[in-house]
Design a protein around this ligand. Structure first.
Ligand SMILES: CC(C)(COP(=O)(O)OP(=O)(O)OC[C@H]1O[C@@H](n2cnc3c(N)ncnc32)[C@H](O)[C@@H]1OP(=O)(O)O)[C@@H](O)C(=O)NCCC(=O)NCCS
Length: 165
């Protein structure tokens, strides 16, 4: 392995269960990607709940501290799952990490006997809506003026559902 390889090696990621040690990096990604980011402590108080689980894209070819490419957090209760949040580091956008994280969460939800998965997404969020539609989610409702944008503008939330049955 040459020095050049060391510096230009493209990160590869594996999707593994989210652990509390991952939360500082997960919070850093949330901060980059959301107008009202969740802190490390807020993510922690969710992840320790029995009904909540998550997955993280962790670099599998790191020499030192592995990079975190993205994460997803979900909850299953009473036969229904909810995607609480998902975020991918913008440096690794459009490389399939969002898709892989969602697939892992959907598989786990099914394993935990969920029959359907719900989520809410800003109707102007083209990337996320594209990802959810590609996974088979369909629109089931709309919550008007749900999100507040930077300039005070309000946008609606789409409620989407995927049947796991
Ligand atoms: C939404 C998000 C998680 C997608 O992650 P990603 O790793 O970039 O997405 P993927 O590479 O897995 O893309 C999977 C599919 O999603 C859709 N998609 C992703 N980014 C898109 C974009 N910018 N425009 C349109 N469709 C997009 C495409 O259908 C894509 O498949 P394709 O690449 O074969 O066309 C990422 O953009 C993100 O973190 N956004 C900010 C946080 C956020 O909005 N979270 C959702 C809140 S509800």
């Amino acid at each position: 392995m040459s020095l050049t390889d060391y510096f230009i090696r493209k990160p590869e990621f594996e999707i593994v269960p989210l652990e509390t040690d991952d939360l500082p990096q997960a919070a850093a990604i949330h901060q980059l990607r959301f107008a009202s980011p969740w802190s490390d402590g807020e993510l922690h108080s969710l992840l320790v709940q029995d009904t909540v689980f998550g997955f993280v894209a962790r670099q599998s070819n790191a020499y030192a501290r592995p990079l975190t490419g993205g994460f997803v957090l979900s909850r299953v209760a009473a036969g229904e799952a909810e995607i609480l949040t998902i975020g991918v580091d913008p440096r690794f956008s459009r490389q399939g990490l969002g898709w892989r994280l969602m697939r892992a969460a959907l598989r786990e939800a099914r394993d935990q006997a969920a029959e359907a998965v719900f989520l809410e997404v800003d109707e102007t969020n083209v990337a996320a809506i594209g990802l959810y539609r590609k996974l088979g989610f369909v629109d089931v409702g709309k919550r008007r003026a749900y999100y507040q944008g930077a300039g005070g503008t309000r946008t609606a939330a789409l409620v989407m559902r995927l049947d796991l049955g």
